[in-house]
Write a protein that binds this ligand. Sequence first.
Ligand code: 2M8
Length: 420
Amino acid sequence: MAPQTAYDRAVNVLKQNDRGTYTVPTKGLYPFQWNWDSCLTALGQRHVDEARAWTEIETLFAHQWEDGMVPHIVFHEVSDQYFPGPEVWRTNRPTPTSGMTQPPVAGFAAKRIFDGAKDRVLAEERARRLLPKINAWHKWFFANRDPHGEGLVAILHPWESGRDNSIDWDAALERVPTEGVGEYSRRDTQHADPAHRPTKTQYDRYLWLVQRFRSLNWDNSRLHDASPFQVVDPGFNAILIRSCADLAAMADALDEPGIAADNRAWANKGLAAMEGLWSEPHGQYLCRDRTINTLIDSASIGGILATFAAIPSGRAHAIARTVERLSQSVQFSVPSHDPADRRFDAPRYWRGPVWLVTNYMIADGLAAAGENAVAKLIIDSSLELIEKSGFAEYYDPISGTPCGGGHFTWTAAMVVEFLS
Ligand code: 2M8
């Protein structure tokens, strides 16, 4: 038998983790549905089964809260494999969910599936149903996470960023207490190497925030001001801005001028406000700690991911040069943190490793800015990693060693996208 191609192996990973109407990120470590994992997974699924791709996103939005928030985890099944589970979150949803959100890639993903759809009738019907739901989520962000109308939203917990233990959050997390968190037993370090995962102190602070928000009954109108952790992340905001712009374009195509106008206005206001996060010395954007109104000196992938939005071309070209510079110091691109920073940690989760999802979004943004050579470098590096180390959750950028969980869904979905 001929050896399976990378494409076929990737499709197999998607199938292995498919639970019918949603896909788990990987068996064991993450046995539920995660928000941005699902939206990015749908991009891979569309090449195999368009209806199934729409269903992936629809299942997520079936658990949207009444106020518009789309939770970061939907606990479809009972499983003791993951901590913290529903008994910790206590959000009182019909199907248990977490109480916070994640990077809003749904608008981008829906438009990409819509634009490329072969079945136009199906695409129009499914996109028309999703449109008001994604719009409500975007509206929720600006109402609840941008109370002073800056045009940029804050995350209130590192888990919301999707880059859980990024160096970006270290200083802000220092201000989160750990008193009263109590005893708990982590499950992640039983599935993955503890050296690849966040530390105990970080988990204590993550849990303190969960307990604080829970004590406010997960009332989103109160959480922002009550949180000691409020960070404006350029990566997160770029994803929101891109999704707003894409939703506006899809709304135009579906003849929904109100949704188009609102989303276009949010995107434009956000793009203008991003300028305040630019760092000339780093050649990328930085996070701002909203509680002390100060830029955070941490050159992470969040500020590079900003290319995913239609930032000014001069900024995109500068970021391309930064990616080239970083690629000289590692074997595989793009590291989630600058290796020149003493806090860089090659195998530890979001403090150094390469992730194919961020690679996909950065390459997409750089290609749109005409930086095709750098985009190609990133895609080539991603595919080399797959050949060397399989479909891992993330990879050491120096050795290419696979880290975290294996048979990982969004890694496979990105490979299907790259090879299609
Ligand atoms: C990781 O985050 C979860 C919490 O949401 C965890 O470590 O328990 C992150 O990489 C996040 O971005 C991702 O969505 C999730 C599932 O793949 O895992």
